[in-house]
Design a protein around this ligand. Structure first.
Ligand code: C2O
Ligand code: CU
Ligand code: CU
Length: 495
């Protein structure tokens, strides 16, 4: 294995993507001074060939998260390669300018492989974006946020508290920015473009500037926004990206501005039965939803030139019911966790299988309803697609709610759909969940292209997603990587 110095002291064993450029401009690769893979800088329309060599002692496969690519290039776990083998990825960059990423997607090993380092950033640029003259080069900063935990001798430490910790998802006590701890980034008194990626396994960040300055978003998961939008704070769930415009001009040289994660509530299990205390708590670490600093910007140098924030960014066509094949019959994706087993429509991952409702005709645009299953006293919401087969499970669930342990519980799930990006049509929350929701709701970016959406307990999100150009099996899953590896993942068959 490779070693890198993530902390002072002993070097840390990590997994690392290597890359060498065979052809094309050297700006195609930039190296992170850490265990993250190199940043791949692509241009729309470019054809790329990436040869992945598996030097690990176990299987692996690479997924290009956010990219619109043929099935064989998408890193489905069925294409995992053995130690010593290689896989040639070849595709054309069809996505618009924006920030994407790549990571391992190995069957039941995604969480551990990403945790140990198998992830990296992808930037895409295009003509439309270039005309905007956004801050570039040293003023265009990647900010990959991950939480990790270390042993006394600096080795990455993964889950240690068994199934309970797994079901909530791993939460570390040390924040890494671009793979480094205690990051301070020196900046000049001018505007910057920040590309933030939540590369954590399960931690959800509520981004906010320490001094209360609103955040200006210019891009979301898949692309630039139509126009800049400001938010008091922005929620960033695992796998989500946001591009921020931040202007340090007018700030005093020598001062600091800290980007924080702010306090919020309501994402952790909402239990029918016992298991209260304990569940949302981290032993001696950072609880999900607590407040802590992420990265410090140090105003180091004065400059007088700074670009202006464009009033308009890119063209955006809002999709509506008129564009979809199934306006009245959305595809249903019900999220549930019964007996600590997170599922989609009460099903677990099957490598190649698809259910009837997972068959989607190619070159259609579909409406999809993603919702948290009811966990009321009468097992309500158990009607409809995909929810009939494991009634036994449901019965136990109801018993479990009375008995305490087990049963059904609700927590927030960042749901990711492979292939083309989608738009959010609407969100609605049950009254019973209103108080936690109030602490996060103003931080959702709903006006842009997305590939991952955080579905809060008690929430239902309606999305519109194109399935164009390519046929085959495409995954959808929870991007809480522990949930993904526990089987909260399914296939769409596009044909
Ligand atoms: Cu970022 Cu299916 O993954
Ligand atoms: Cu993906
Ligand atoms: Cu989940």
């Amino acid at each position: 294995p490779d070693t890198v110095s993530l902390k002072p002291g002993a070097a840390t064993n990590v997994l690392k993507y290597h890359a060498k450029l065979l052809k094309g401009p050297t700006t195609t690769l930039t190296y992170m001074p850490s265990y993250l893979g190199p940043t791949l800088n692509f241009v729309r329309g470019q054809k790329v060939r990436i040869i992945a060599y598996n030097d690990l002692p176990e299987q692996t496969v690479a997924h290009w998260h956010g990219l619109h690519v043929p099935q064989k290039m998408d890193g489905h776990p069925m294409y995992a390669i053995n130690p010593g083998e290689r896989y040639i990825y070849e595709f054309e960059i069809k996505n618009p300018a924006g920030t994407n990423w790549y990571h391992a997607h190995t069957h039941e090993k995604t969480a551990t492989q990403v945790y140990q380092g198998l992830a990296g950033l992808i930037t895409i640029s295009d003509e439309q974006e270039q005309k905007l003259a956004l801050p570039s080069d040293e003023y265009d900063l990647p900010i990959v946020i991950q939480d990790r935990r270390f042993t006394a001798d600096n080795q990455l430490q993964y889950l240690q508290h068994g199934r309970r910790e797994r079901i909530l998802g791993f939460l570390g006590d040390t924040i890494l920015i671009n793979g480094q701890i205690n990051r301070t980034i020196p900046v000049k008194t001018r505007a910057y473009r920040l590309r933030l990626l939540n590369g954590s396994n399960s931690r959800i960040y509520k981004l906010g500037w320490e001094d209360g300055t609103p955040l200006t978003a210019i891009g979301t998961d898949g692309a630039l926004l139509e126009k800049p939008e400001t938010f008091p704070y922005i929620m960033l769930a695992p796998a989500e990206r946001v591009e921020l415009w931040v202007d340090f001009s007018g700030r005093e040289v020598g001062s600091d501005l800290i980007l924080q994660s702010l306090e919020y509530h309501g994402v952790m299990p909402h239990m029918g039965g016992g298991m209260r205390g304990g569940m949302g708590m981290m032993r001696g670490g950072l609880a999900q939803g607590s407040k802590f600093p992420l990265v410090k910007f140090h105003i180091a140098e004065k400059t007088s030139e700074s670009p202006q924030l464009p009033a308009q960014l890119v063209k955006f066509q809002r999709l509506t019911d008129r564009d979809v094949a199934n306006p009245d019959k959305p595809i249903q994706i019900g999220l549930s966790m019964i007996h600590m087993s997170p599922k989609l429509n009460h099903r677990s991952f099957e490598m190649l299988a698809v259910a009837e409702w997972e068959k989607v005709p190619v070159n259609t645009i579909q409406k999809i309803r993603i919702y948290q299953e009811e966990h009321g006293m009468h097992g309500g919401g158990r009607r409809g697609m995909g929810r009939m087969e494991d009634d036994a499970d449901g019965m136990e669930g109801r018993g479990g709610r009375r008995g305490g342990r087990g049963g059904m519980m609700e927590m927030a799930h960042p749901i990711h759909l492979h292939e083309q990006q989608f738009q959010i049509l609407s969100r609605s929350i049950k009254d019973s969940h209103g108080s936690g929701y109030a602490t996060v709701k103003d931080g959702f970016i709903n006006n842009g292209w997305k590939d991952t959406v955080l579905v809060m307990p008690g929430e239902e999100v309606m999305i519109i997603k194109p399935f164009q150009d390519y046929t085959g099996l495409y995954l959808y899953h929870c991007h809480n990587l522990e949930h993904e590896d526990m089987g909260m993942m399914r296939n769409f068959l596009v044909s």
